[in-house]
Design a protein around this ligand. Structure first.
Ligand code: ADP
Length: 355
């Protein structure tokens, strides 16, 4: 393709349009060309200036030197510790015509970069997730093993201790079962997240059903549960009925569990007009201690809890709100939390109205 000026222009335009950063350097390692992606990633790049003015990492310098000595396809990884840390993979290749010609400013090596930041973040999230899940499992498992050993040894003939230990063991085993159930639903929801549900689902009916199901729990905890559907509003969304039940269940259960001292939980479903169309909004409000502001942005992270001991004590897995968030995302909706400490918390789910 080389040869005519037109071809060279076309090649330049093609490099410019590539989504990944591409840089050409001459044989003195000065920048001969940097495409748009490269200039965005490294604003200090300037044609004619030494590459090290913009990219001073030793891995880059070394790879460029080796390519300029004629070594083929030198690969390296480097991290740019700017205001936000970013990682890149680099492949440096010599350009023989630029290396051997008489013109010292001709491109002599091509540097192709790939941003690894997103992939690295995902990797570390995955590692954290496995570590957290194993840790959550290990605690009840260790306690079960401890009690089994005690029952086989020192407490073998102690009927009263046996009854007491078996009770504790049942609680621990149930906790593990809940954790496994939550992990499975989280992975199921995540798997389907790109597929938006299409069947009509009545959010009002969902709220009613959950208020019924949880009325006993509320009564046991001395909490008055009130469910209000806005008069005459059509409350239908495109949704997966079972998943929406899980959303409402998690939110109302949390409100009853954590907000019980307030003695009341209000569930409300209404239709709201917005500039981008009507929304059906489910809100769950409690009057308990509320949630300090610094925790609000992290509540939907897996295993994040404001108070780990309190959550465990109440049978929580730390996955409920993560499941809620993924289901809401799948429905292309929004989840918002408002809370003033001492004045309870309001969780609001807004989904686009079906019609
Ligand atoms: P858990 O299984 O621990 O309940 P969730 O993901 O459902 O996990 O909730 C995460 C944390 O958010 C809880 O551990 C609790 O600290 C806090 N939280 C959730 N809902 C409320 C609420 N209504 N009032 C106060 N804190 C809450």
């Amino acid at each position: 393709m080389a040869g005519t000026g037109e071809d060279a222009t076309l090649l330049g335009e093609a490099l410019e349009a590539l989504p990944d950063p591409v840089i050409l350097v001459d044989r003195r390692a000065a920048v001969a060309f940097a495409n748009a992606a490269a200039r965005t990633a490294f604003p200090a790049l300037a044609v004619g200036n030494p590459l090290v003015f913009a990219l001073r990492m030793p891995e880059v310098v070394d790879a460029v030197e080796r390519a300029l000595r004629g070594e083929a396809a030198v690969e390296a990884e480097f991290t740019d510790r700017g205001p936000v840390e970013r990682s890149f993979a680099l492949r440096a290749s010599p350009l023989p015509s630029g290396l051997s010609g008489s013109d010292r400013t001709r491109p002599a090596a091509l540097l192709a970069l790939r941003d690894l930041t997103g992939a690295k973040r995902l990797d570390s999230m995955r590692v954290d997730f496995v570590a957290n899940a194993s840790h959550e499992m290990r605690t009840p498992l260790a306690s079960l093993l401890g009690f089994i050993e005690t029952l086989q040894g020192p407490a073998k003939d102690d009927a009263a201790a046996r009854a007491r230990f078996l009770d504790i063991m049942r609680v621990q085993a149930k906790r593990m079962a809940r954790l496994v159930d939550d992990l499975l639903s989280l992975s199921r929801v995540e798997m389907n997240e790109h597929r938006r549900p299409t069947a009509p689902a009545d959010l009002g009916a969902v709220a009613r059903q959950i208020a019924d199901v949880l009325s006993r729990l509320a009564e046991e905890r001395g909490v008055e549960l009130e469910c209000t559907l806005a008069d005459g509003d059509r409350l239908v969304v495109a949704g997966d009925h079972d998943e929406l039940l899980r959303v409402a269940e998690n939110l109302v259960e949390n409100a009853v569990k954590y907000g019980r001292s307030g003695g009341r939980v209000d569930i409300r479903v209404e239709r709201v007009h917005t500039t981008s169309g009507d929304e059906i909004v489910l809100s769950v409000r409690d009057y308990g201690p509320g949630i300090p502001a610094e925790h609000l942005p992290r509540l939907t992270e897996r295993f994040y809890r404001v108070d780990v001991a309190e959550s465990r004590d109440k049978g929580g897995t730390g996955l409920g709100l993560a499941i809620v968030k993924h289901i809401v995302n799948r429905h292309r909706g929004r989840l918002a939390v408002e809370s003033r400490p001492g004045d309870g918390a309001t969780f609001r789910v807004a989904l686009p109205a079906l019609d």
